[in-house]
Design a protein around this ligand. Structure first.
Ligand code: AGP
Length: 612
């Protein structure tokens, strides 16, 4: 996610700002920039790419001054580019801002300012903040910021400077963390305490609706009514080593744990409980086109293909629209007859997968409306599709996809709700789904509690040569995904199958050295899955069951028959793929660790397969 550093004091700001950004590099980003003040002059330097690209630029054009702000950006609105990098400045050059979060009503605010003749220089939501503060700036920067905050809907962690106040940094927090670092004759502002290490160990963590006003000598914290408050100074507990790695040993583990927050980010501003529906800003297909759609074709690769298979169940259950799921690498050459009112939806984390891009282009060539579910803003597939939905999962660095899978399934759930509500779903059904979706991030947080048990199970099975992953209905694709996770990072051969399919041949594989992971839904096929489990047990196959908490009787049956049981929180059947993916991701992670595999960069694999 994005990173913020601010400094005001008696040392040159540039090296402090750049070093702070480096401490946040592990969070993933696609551009970086600094703005410093030397007297009444504001120096703005920003670049797409890595921090090293920014440093090279600063060697050519230094940013002087003892006061400044800086930012690493992970694109949410507008592609990665020099002009979309932060800091953003108002057109009149009187205000510079860096921002973490999403301003959901930025389009409306931008339209209003454009109508008043304000010139904009970027595609971002953040620039609207700089423009509004400048329009309210009348000799008092704090007052100008205070007036603008109520206009913003969404989340922000902000740092603001102005040449008219060459000694101040103003910060404001709502939904995106900000921490003040206290020094001797200097103060710091950051989105993560890790960025303060090496400069101070004393910090004030801002609360939502609080502001801070910093100069070299002073630090004032203002509450929601903008009344000064005495804030608690805390010691920063992280060590430099932890900060450079983040709190996790690997990106994959960090991204597994980020899933609840990533889901919340995907839902933010898109669900309407009263309306009982979902709203998307970028589908770019009119209601009639969507209502007329007689079929969807989902096309994707790898993990995104597995998410698409879950989406097939979601669309057919809630929108009653037939869906066909195609491997992009096959679809692009198969040339199937496709009915006129068919929409093609591409699913991709990177937005650059060559096969998926080719399948999208082939669909466009034949005149079908195309949509893309993508995590990387401004990526090729996101730009070439007619419309789509960004996953807002944040940067996914680990080669093994985890939070992107979860956010794809969630966005597909929201799309199924949206399409269902324009067809036959009632407002009561819609409202119930909205509440169920909003409860999922906390269910995912509880699902992560299985971590220790999964570690123990991994120690028991990390030396086997083969694994089976079995599930039915919504959980069959999760079985495929669990098998892929294990294969790609531990190099153990693993297969996913519909549980009932085993008796049609694959059960010949079962012996005491071939564990089967059973995904047991508490839905209508529970007894059927348990019969399949018995068939495996009868042939001496070890069984690891992933089952839902809740019903004592079913839990008892699972415990009595499986060798190991991992319980996950009870959620509606259509949401079980999300909570059940968590133990599978952790199982693959810990087995790979025990086999001394490179979890984040597995052999033979790339994060984005941009070749055929
Ligand atoms: C998933 O863990 C793999 N890294 C891989 O299967 C990946 O999902 C596939 O290459 C598709 O990538 P995309 O989502 O970026 O298109």
């Amino acid at each position: 996610m994005c990173g913020i550093i601010g400094y005001v004091g008696n040392r040159e700001a540039e090296p402090i700002l750049v070093e702070g950004l480096r401490r946040l590099e592990y969070r993933g980003y696609d551009s970086a920039g600094v703005a410093t003040l030397a007297g009444p002059h504001l120096h703005l330097r920003k670049r797409k790419g890595r921090i090293s690209d920014l440093v090279q630029y600063l060697r050519e054009r230094p940013a002087p001054g003892c006061h400044g702000i800086s930012h690493t950006r992970w694109a949410t609105h507008g592609p990665a580019s020099d002009r979309n990098a932060h800091p953003h400045m108002s057109s009149d050059g009187r205000v510079a801002v860096v921002h973490n979060g999403v301003i959901e009503n930025y389009a409306l605010l931008k339209r209003q300012l454009l109508a008043e003749g304000v010139a904009f220089h970027s595609d971002t939501d953040t620039e609207i903040i700089a423009q509004l503060i400048s329009r309210n700036l009348d000799g008092d920067l704090v007052e100008a910021v205070r007036k603008v905050l109520p206009l913003l809907k969404g989340t922000y962690g902000l740092a603001v400077i102005s040449p008219q106040h060459p000694e101040l940094i103003v910060g404001a927090r709502l939904g995106s963390p900000l921490v003040v670092g206290l020094g001797q004759g200097e103060h710091f502002l950051a989105s993560d305490a890790a960025a303060l290490l090496g400069n101070t160990k004393r910090a004030i963590y801002l609360l939502d609706h609080q502001m801070c006003v910093l100069s070299g000598a002073t630090c004032e914290i203002l509450d929601a009514d903008h009344v000064p408050v005495s804030a608690c100074v805390q010691a920063i507990s992280q060590t430099l080593n932890e900060a450079d790695r983040g709190l996790f040993e690997h990106y994959m583990l960090k991204e597994i744990y980020e899933q609840p927050e990533a889901l919340e980010n995907a839902m933010r501003g898109r669900l309407d409980e009263e309306d009982g529906s979902a709203h998307f800003g970028g589908l770019n297909l009119d209601t009639q086109q969507l209502r007329r759609a007689e079929r969807f074709i989902f096309t994707a690769c790898g993990t995104s293909y597995h998410a698409a298979l879950v989406g097939e169940h979601l669309f057919e259950e809630f929108a009653r629209i037939p869906v066909e799921v195609e491997y992009a690498s096959e679809f692009r050459y198969r040339n199937p007859p496709i009915e006129r009112n068919t929409i093609v939806l591409a699913l991709t984390q990177s937005g650059e997968t060559a096969d998926t891009l080719a399948a999208l282009r082939e669909s466009k060539r034949k005149g079908h409306p195309t949509l893309a579910l993508c995590n990387v803003v401004g990526s090729t597939i996101a730009r070439e599709a007619d419309g789509g939905v960004y996953l807002h999962a944040g940067p996914e660095i680990g080669v093994a996809s985890t939070k992107a899978f979860s956010n794809q399934v969630l966005v597909l759930s929201m799309l199924a709700l949206y399409l269902g509500r324009m067809r036959h779903l009632s407002s009561i059904q819609g409202t119930r789904m909205v509440r169920e979706l909003r409860a999922v991030p906390n269910a995912m947080r509880r699902a992560l509690n299985c971590h220790d048990k999964v570690k123990r199970i991994a120690r028991q099975y990390y030396n086997v040569a083969n694994f089976l992953y079995l599930g039915r209905q919504y959980l069959f694709p999760v079985g495929l995904e669990g098998a892929l996770k294990l294969k790609e990072i531990s190099y153990i051969h693993a297969e996913g199958y519909p549980a009932a399919e085993m008796k049609h041949g694959p059960i010949a594989l079962v012996d005491e050295n071939t564990p089967s992971v059973f995904l047991i839904s508490n839905g209508g096929v529970f007894e059927k899955v348990m019969s399949n489990l018995e068939e495996i047990k009868a042939r001496g196959g070890p069984v690891i069951a992933i089952a839902s908490e809740g019903d004592e009787e079913t839990a008892r049956q699972v415990i009595d028959r499986a060798d190991e049981v991992i319980f996950v929180p009870q959620v509606p059947e259509y949401l079980q793929p999300l909570v059940m993916a968590v133990p599978l991701q952790l199982l693959a992670y810990h087995i790979a660790l025990l086999r001394d595999c490179d979890v984040d960069k597995p052999r033979n694999l790339a994060k984005s397969v941009t070749v055929e």
